[in-house]
Write a new protein. Structure first.
Length: 448
């Protein structure tokens, strides 16, 4: 392994877009949307639309800095350069922790999907198989990884798009049904807002988790062939596509089937198409859901390893994590992250029913910290470059007003989590996590 070798700039525009889609469209949509539907009813479409607007602000803020200075582990590097040493240290390690938790979510839920075909299969076995497969792929060279992730994500998004089209034909034309389904399910069973504004506020917690990974566009900057062109293009396209997939699929699901009959015993995509008489379509969707889990975990591990590589380059992580293999892969960083993700296989063996909500709440809390820090770091970036901001080729709109609005929104979600029994423990543990990182930072300073 070589220590100071640079990451390879081998990712093309199509790779970057699909890596971001791969991480952003995963368990949050395929499984987490079941709880979102239960919390808010047909208005789930509006929940994802509003959440998408705010994550767009985060991605635009990170995109501005990534285009100006495309580096590996960009989020941490920008906080370090424009805000200060501890914010850089905190943001880097929190981002790493966030995607360890997200990866744990993906590994923990794959067993639930497999039980659609194999009811007696222990969840931990399916999780272990996914764990080993994704690690093998992430140890390949980045071009090979990019190709695998491109095709995995492409299969997933194409299937979602076809599902939306088929669902719309059922709803408005009657194809596959005896007559057009219509829009009755949007207004029956309590109306469009059966749980009121409180239900919508609660739904934003799961929505926040669902959009996690969209900011991965900025992390790819260190391995993009032409980041000044590909990053803006990817950002401009990615948000519209994510909203199409989330809002469009939720419209189809809650229109085809009563929202109050959606359970948590599997993906709502599979549940609903099976319940309305399309078991073959449900099986195909279950394959797509599994592809989605693979793609999301694959992207998360990629992101984690690159963040560790960036931290090592800043001397904020052990130097061995900055070493690259002969094919330009931060192999030690991949294996280091995977060691912690692998713990969830043991947890799934011990508590298969509780593990999903627990690790999802932790991942959501870490994501909120990440996004708040991105929005504030971009404000500090503008302050540092001063009048040179007018020369930026890709700008965050209405800075800093929209930054502060976004920060308030994400803080409000943290407050909401604090009053929800399934999520409050993660919020209470947040100060302890920050203290642990600060202790690590002080130890690093005393040794430097």
């Amino acid at each position: 392994m070589e220590k100071n070798k640079n990451l390879q700039r081998s990712l093309k525009d199509r790779h970057i877009q699909m890596i971001a889609l791969g991480c952003a469209i995963g368990t949050g949509l395929f499984y987490g949307s079941a709880s979102t539907i239960q919390l808010v009813g047909p208005a789930v479409m509006l929940s994802y639309l509003i959440g998408g607007v705010f994550i767009y602000l985060v991605v635009r803020a990170l995109g501005e800095m990534s285009v100006h200075n495309p580096v590996s582990g960009s989020f941490s590097a920008y906080a370090y350069d424009y805000w200060g040493e501890f914010p850089g240290f905190l943001s880097g390690w929190n981002y790493w922790f966030n995607y360890v938790a997200v990866s744990m979510v993906e590994v923990s839920v794959v067993g639930i999907y497999m039980q659609y075909w194999f009811p007696g299969l222990p969840a931990w076995i399916a999780g272990l198989a996914l764990f080993l497969l994704v690690n093998a792929i992430n140890l390949m060279d980045v071009r090979s990884f990019g190709e695998i992730e491109f095709w995995g994500a492409l299969i997933k998004v194409t299937a979602i798009l076809l599902m939306i089209i088929f669902g719309l034909l059922m709803i408005f034309v009657g194809i596959g049904a005896s007559a057009p389904v219509g829009l009755d399910n949007l207004l029956n069973n309590g109306g469009f807002f059966p749980k009121g504004i409180i239900g919508m506020m609660l739904s934003f917690v799961v929505v926040t988790f669902s959009f996690g990974g969209t900011e991965l566009i900025g992390i790819t900057a260190g391995e993009a062939e032409n980041p000044k062109e590909t990053i803006p293009k990817a950002i401009n396209l990615i948000i519209g596509r994510i909203l199409l997939f989330y809002v469009g699929s939720m419209f189809v699901l809650v229109t085809l089937y009563p929202w109050d009959k959606v359970g948590m015993n599997g993906s709502p995509f599979v549940q609903i198409f099976s319940a309305i008489g399309f078991p073959s379509a449900a099986s195909v969707l279950n394959i797509i859901v599994l592809t989605g889990v693979f793609s999301a975990y694959n992207s998360c591990l990629y992101s984690n390893a690159r963040m560790l590589h960036g931290l090592a380059s800043q001397h904020n992580a052990p130097s061995f994590l900055g070493k690259l293999s002969k094919n330009g892969v931060p192999r030690a960083a991949v294996l280091f992250s995977s060691f912690f993700v692998g713990i969830v296989v043991i947890i799934t063996y011990a508590a298969p029913k509780e593990v999903f909500n627990y690790v999802m709440s932790i991942a959501t809390t870490a994501a909120l910290m990440n996004w708040i820090m991105i929005l504030y770091t971009q404000i500090k970036f503008r302050q540092k470059i001063g009048s040179d901001a007018k020369n930026l080729s890709y700008k965050m709109p209405w800075c800093p007003i929209l930054n502060y609005i976004g920060i308030i929104y994400f803080l409000s979600i943290g407050v909401t989590m604090a009053i929800m029994p399934d999520y409050r423990s993660a919020i209470y543990l947040c100060p302890i996590w920050i203290l642990i990182i600060y202790t690590g930072y002080r130890l690093k300073k005393t040794r430097s």
